[in-house]
Design a protein around this ligand. Structure first.
Ligand code: HEC
Length: 157
């Protein structure tokens, strides 16, 4: 049986979203893609939210570990991959790659996402604060090695 296509294919949907974002950007003077170029308000909120993390984490390249591992290059990398940090077994064996989505779940509640983690942090309930933090964090830690729109199972490139 032939695959039935819905009237709005993902590609058409994506194009429509892009187009409306471009129009919105033209109207507001803001960048079209919040993810690749987060606006200043988002980054400020992310920076403020990072105050919750900075006692335990540095973000700059070659920044040292604190109570938690340095976070440079974390987006797109496997969880628990820094060679010079002693992770919990839970994090080391998580089999998780840090994307916007996994980071979002982790930061909402580390202990629910990875029972047994030794990151002593309750989580961030507020969704806007979490996504602003992720945008800020990505900017501070050298960006992501994975295209955020690409699915794990998607095409090779
Ligand atoms: C009290 C210290 C502490 C605080 C606060 C804290 N962390 Fe952590 N973080 C840790 C520790 C310890 C680990 C390693 C956990 C493990 O091995 O189970 C960790 C691990 C991580 C990892 C996984 C890194 C990797 O290499 O896989 C990320 C990402 C992370 N933290 C982000 C954050 C963010 C963002 C915040 C602020 C919202 C935060 N952490 C707050 C201590 C902390």
């Amino acid at each position: 049986m032939a695959l039935r296509r819905t009237s709005t294919s993902p590609r058409t949907f994506f194009k429509t979203v892009c187009l409306s974002m471009t129009i919105a950007a033209a109207l507001t003077g803001r960048p079209a893609f919040a993810q690749s170029a987060p606006d200043e308000v988002t980054l400020k909120l992310g920076q403020r939210t990072f105050l919750l993390c900075q006692s335990c984490h540095s973000t700059e390249q070659d920044g040292g570990n604190k109570i938690g591992p340095n976070l440079w290059g974390v987006f797109g990398s496997k969880a628990g991959a820094k060679p010079n940090f002693k992770y919990s077994d839970a994090l080391k064996n998580a089999g998780v790659t840090w994307s916007d989505e996994t980071m979002n779940q982790w930061l909402a509640s580390p202990k629910d996402f990875l029972p047994g983690t030794k990151m002593a942090f309750r989580g961030i309930d507020n969704e806007a604060n979490r996504s602003a933090l992720i945008a800020y964090l990505k900017q501070q830690t050298g960006g992501s090695k994975v295209a955020s729109l690409k699915q794990e199972t998607g095409s090779a490139h």
